[in-house]
Design a binder for this molecule. Structure first.
Ligand code: KIV
Length: 272
């Protein structure tokens, strides 16, 4: 669908690795439809995530748990039609990867029928075999550590993870194991800034932060949070870029520039 003349290089797994090497920050945002995808593409966003946050921001649910494979596939297809060069990641929704077979089948659907270039899945070392199987089948993976919203009932709410020494050590070990299993990208959500910085330094693969650290190789936020149209209270780690902009496109461009120039996240958006 995109009619843009875009001279940007295609963002690939390889390009993301080069960006980490070159210390070029990676700007990522979520999107759920073709129009916003096209606007993000035009504004220089490198990576677009069809997040299962769509359960909340699109469907009005309280958590991401009700989101289905069919929902993710539909929104991935919509977003793919709006993109030209950005890398498209699709979240594996709750209980869509309970076995290796199920994970490969569902991730395969997102790639074959959805047009995704990578899938993201929550979980630590317990997911290493699944990551290895996806890797073996040619499916790039973004691992997701720190706060994992699909575990909200298990952890008793949305809270910062890895604050004590044991939990921090486990997160570092999980990150290294997932990288070893073949993950191409790592997302860290709600992690103390010092720990996120350490993981970013230790990993060879790029690390994307949300409520993590300005030292991460890139940043991601939920699109509706930066546009100030999300339900409820905006999380501490997020920022409205709408208040200082004249249009939605302007706000997205400001976000991209702020990430690229390491102006976002500022101290008030990260945790100690
Ligand atoms: O679902 C989502 O949008 C996410 C982001 C918060 C990173 O996982």
């Amino acid at each position: 669908m995109s009619t843009q003349t875009d001279t940007r290089k295609k963002v690939t797994v390889r390009r993301l690795a080069e960006m980490k090497q070159a210390k070029e920050k990676i700007a990522c945002l979520t999107a759920y439809d073709a129009s916003f995808a096209q606007l993000l593409e035009k504004s220089g966003v490198d990576v677009v995530l069809v997040g299962d946050s769509l359960g909340m921001v699109i469907q009005g649910e309280e958590t991401t748990l009700p989101v289905s494979v069919e929902d993710m596939l539909y929104h991935t297809q919509c977003v793919a039609r709006g993109l030209t060069n950005a890398l498209l990641i699709t979240d594996m929704p709750f209980l869509s990867f309970t076995s290796i077979e199920e994970a490969v089948l569902n991730a395969g659907l997102f790639m074959k029928q959805g047009g995704a270039h990578m899938v993201k899945l929550e979980g630590g070392v317990d997911q290493a075999e699944t990551v290895a199987a996806l890797n073996k089948n040619g499916i790039p993976v973004c691992a997701h550590l720190g706060l994992q919203p699909q575990y909200v009932h298990k952890i008793g709410g949305y809270r910062v993870q890895g604050r004590d020494e044991v939990a921090a050590g486990k997160m570092i070990a999980d990150a290294l194991t997932l990288q070893e299993a073949g993950a191409d990208l790592m997302l860290l959500e709600c992690v103390p800034a010092s720990l996120a910085g350490k993981i970013t330094e230790e990993l060879d693969i790029p690390v994307i932060g949300i409520g993590a650290s300005a030292d991460c190789d890139g940043q991601i936020l939920v699109l509706y949070d930066i546009l100030d149209i999300s339900f409820g209270i905006r999380p501490k780690f997020s920022k409205s870029f709408m208040s200082s902009s004249n249009s939605i496109e302007d706000a997205v461009k400001h976000y991209v520039t702020a990430v690229k120039e390491s102006e976002f996240p500022a101290a008030e958006h990260v945790f100690s």
